[in-house]
Design a protein around this ligand. Structure first.
Ligand SMILES: *[C@@H]1O[C@H](CO)[C@@H](O)[C@H](O)[C@H]1NC(C)=O
Ligand SMILES: *[C@@H]1O[C@H](CO)[C@@H](O)[C@H](O)[C@H]1NC(C)=O
Ligand SMILES: *[C@@H]1O[C@H](CO)[C@@H](O)[C@H](O)[C@H]1NC(C)=O
Ligand SMILES: *[C@@H]1O[C@H](CO)[C@@H](O)[C@H](O)[C@H]1NC(C)=O
Length: 392
């Protein structure tokens, strides 16, 4: 990735007094760039400039060959306004960052003219309308962050032509439609599409992903495209309509430390056949699914696992003795509430010296009275005989 702060560049704070740009970088081209900057600032509602204008950090090259503005970094001060279409005239820009302001209206289509951009960061504004189609012309983009706006289009299918992308965040908008096949984005390591209205299946994904969040959408179908992501460290698929088994290949991805698959419709958790101390997985949240059968004993095979949430599922039968052993060794958090578990919990669950966060409430267990771990909620678990009311 090009470092914008590398030694041949110099950063100059251009405040409202733009005429103070050093005379040696004056030229006709720079003048027109400055006109664009002035237009950019005129499109900001002066009322929103409460603390005085903090400035735009502009970066100019020092070699005097181009004399053009190369980067704009607006301070995150909550400025209200529109992003002027004239922004497309700053054709030497490599970075445009106006995060955490209140820019509204559409993202100008002229942004497609900024062919040298490698960072476009418009997150936490109030932009509406669509993701400009022309964005696919920005072949050098490495970081595209449009998160936390009100964009409502589809994700352009040919976004996959942006082969340099390293980070793509479109989270917390109102994007709809299907997620295109993104497997061509070889460089991508972070993909965050959470908090939209995306539907359809989980598509093929870039093989080098390290962080993946698709949470809070309406995705359905199975998750086998995830099982090939050997470099993944964080996986969040929570709050969708995903179904089928949670495959062993996903649970045993070699670098993954956190998996959140809660609030879906998964039915089965596949067994991990033998002890694995080579895995990094520490946190597994699978609450509020449709997991059934006995509790998965083989979770104890994942050596570094310490935080487990299997609550609000349909697990039945006894709590495995192996879980008890883990409570007194490495497990620090275990939530099993609201299932159909029966019988006596292993002794460690009742041992007051075991410092584990968790709950067994709303099951059909035979717990001694007044054991904190067994209660929680309104109703002591001992009340539950046979069928369980899942309506609450
Ligand atoms: C912006 O570019 C357009 C088209 O090239 C040109 O007509 C216009 O004068 C430019 N505006 C400024 C302020 O540079
Ligand atoms: C990208 O896809 C859109 C439709 O989704 C199409 O209109 C446009 O021509 C495509 N552009 C390229 C360069 O393929
Ligand atoms: C998993 O995601 C849900 C939101 O869907 C969130 O409430 C929960 O805290 C997450 N679990 C963990 C362990 O981060
Ligand atoms: C397991 O956790 C321990 C302690 O946090 C750590 O030293 C070790 O590297 C971890 N093992 C793996 C395979 O991540």
């Amino acid at each position: 990735m090009h470092s914008l702060l590398s030694s041949f560049l110099v950063s100059i704070i251009v405040s409202m007094v733009l005429v103070r740009v050093p005379t040696q970088v004056h030229s006709l081209t720079l003048k027109s760039d400055i006109e664009v900057l002035q237009a950019l600032m005129q499109a900001i509602d002066p009322v929103s400039i409460t603390r005085g204008f903090q400035g735009i950090l502009c970066t100019f090259p020092t070699d005097k060959t181009a004399n053009r503005i190369m980067a704009i970094d607006l301070d995150p001060a909550g400025y209200d306004g529109f992003l002027t279409p004239l922004i497309g005239n700053l054709t030497e820009l490599t970075s445009l960052s106006i995060n955490k302001n209140n820019f509204r209206g559409p993202i100008p289509e002229t942004i497609a003219n900024l062919q040298k951009l490698n960072r476009l960061s418009l997150s936490q504004n109030l932009f509406t309308g669509r993701i400009p189609q022309g964005i696919i012309n920005l072949k050098h983009l490495e970081i595209l962050d449009l998160s936390q706006n009100h964009l409502s289009s589809k994700i352009p299918a040919n976004i996959t032509t942006l082969r340099s992308l390293v980070q793509l965040s479109l989270s917390n908008n109102a994007l709809s439609g299907k997620i295109p096949d993104l497997s061509g984005l070889w460089q991508l390591n972070t993909l965050d599409l959470s908090g939209n209205n995306l539907d359809g299946i989980v598509p093929n994904l870039p093989i080098n992903l390290r962080k993946l969040s698709l949470s809070h959408n309406v995705l359905s179908g199975h998750i086998s495209p995830v099982s090939v992501l050997q470099r993944l460290t964080v996986l969040d698929l929570s709050d969708n309509r995903l179904s089928g088994p949670i495959r062993q290949e996903v649970l045993t991805l070699p670098l993954v430390t956190r998996i959140n698959i809660s609030n879906n419709q998964f039915t089965e958790m596949q067994a991990i056949p033998y002890p694995r101390d080579d895995l990094q997985l520490r946190v597994l949240d699978a609450h509020a699914n449709r997991l059934h059968g006995h509790l998965p004993i083989s979770l104890v095979n994942i050596a570094n696992l310490s935080s487990i949430d299997l609550s609000h599922n349909f697990f039945s039968g006894r709590i495995p003795l192996e879980y008890g052993a883990k409570l007194s060794s490495s497990w620090r958090s275990l939530f099993l509430e609201d299932n159909f578990l029966t019988g006596n919990p292993p002794a460690q669950f009742i041992d007051r010296t075991v410092a584990v966060r968790g709950s067994l409430a709303h099951n059909c267990l035979r717990c001694p009275p007044n054991i904190r771990f067994c209660r929680g909620g309104q109703r002591p678990s001992s009340e539950c005989v046979g069928q369980q009311d899942h309506s609450t």
